[in-house]
Design a protein around this ligand. Structure first.
Ligand code: HH2
Length: 262
């Protein structure tokens, strides 16, 4: 899953793709580089980010979704109105970082459209979530949350076979908690739905490399995290650097097979 943030304030690529032409060109590039899906977002969820109104979010993403028609797309939104329009414009998956806890109408929009849905774990809200993340055991609490949200989605009429789950790296977690979630990803894989991991460029990566003040991680560090997640059973990797990740995954998958070709 290639990341395409049409925002002025995303933590690693904010402002790079606010002009629709630039965003569309970048989305095409992600697809050409091997992304199976391009995830278009019009609202930053970085720590401290302020919410954006639906109209503004739509103004950002609609021309980009139109310009990327024909490429498999997901929409990174928590708003029913944005999801509805994005699905009309051909998006196949709704990536909701609130896991259907934000907009009460979103579940019905997804259910009626037959779209895929990603449910992500977050403790708190983006504005404050990194203030004091607290867990007794982060892995079992994230697993229990995702199981409960999956049941909620199914009760709202969304087929279980359409849902994937995401531990929400960096969303109300300390660096150690982020690493623990990947180390014990098998617990989340055991829920039985595809697991999405988005570790790309997140600040924990910089901290591992000895930069306590880092607000973003590097590309090579992101690729390392993606491979670690893949090897523990992640099915979808949400990344900014598609070509590098695809090449690294090709080798990791070849090692799994013990053969050059599939
Ligand atoms: N991370 C971000 C945004 N959306 N969605 C899922 N499913 N999983 C994630 O880990 C995830 C996500 C934050 O990263 P980014 O899009 O690069 O930044 P911003 O939220 O500042 O736009």
């Amino acid at each position: 899953m290639g990341v395409l943030n049409v925002t002025p304030d995303s933590f690693s690529d904010g402002g790079e793709f606010v002009r629709p032409g630039d965003a569309i060109a970048h989305g095409r590039r992600l697809w050409e580089e091997g992304a199976a899906l391009v995830d278009v977002g019009g609202e930053s969820t970085r720590p401290g980010a302020e919410p954006v109104a639906a109209e503004e979010e739509l103004e950002r993403v609609a021309p980009v979704l139109e310009g990327l028609a024909g490429i498999p797309l997901s929409i990174d939104t928590s708003k029913a109105a944005v999801a509805r329009r994005a699905l009309d414009l051909g998006a196949e998956l709704v990536n909701d970082v609130t896991a259907l806890r934000g907009d009460r109408e979103l579940a019905a929009v997804v259910a009626e459209s037959g779209a895929y849905l990603c449910l992500m774990h977050m403790q708190g809200a983006p504005r404050t979530m990194q203030a004091a993340p607290r867990y007794r055991d982060v892995v079992s609490e994230v697993a229990a949350f995702l199981e409960e949200r999956l049941a909620f989605a199914v009760a709202a009429g969304i087929p279980e076979s359409c849902v994937c789950l995401d531990p929400g790296i960096g969303f109300g977690k300390t660096p150690d908690q982020n690493l623990e979630l990947i180390r014990r990803l098998d617990r989340l894989v055991a829920i039985g739905r595809p697991i999405v991991v988005g570790f790309s460029r997140k600040s924990t990566l910089g901290k591992v490399l000895g930069e306590p003040e880092a607000s973003a991680g590097t590309m090579p560090a992101s690729v390392g995290a993606a491979i670690a997640a893949y090897e523990r059973g992640a099915s979808i990797l949400r990344v900014h650097d598609v070509r590098e990740t695809v090449e690294a995954l090709a080798v990791a998958a070849a090692v799994e097979r013990g053969r050059v070709t599939a």
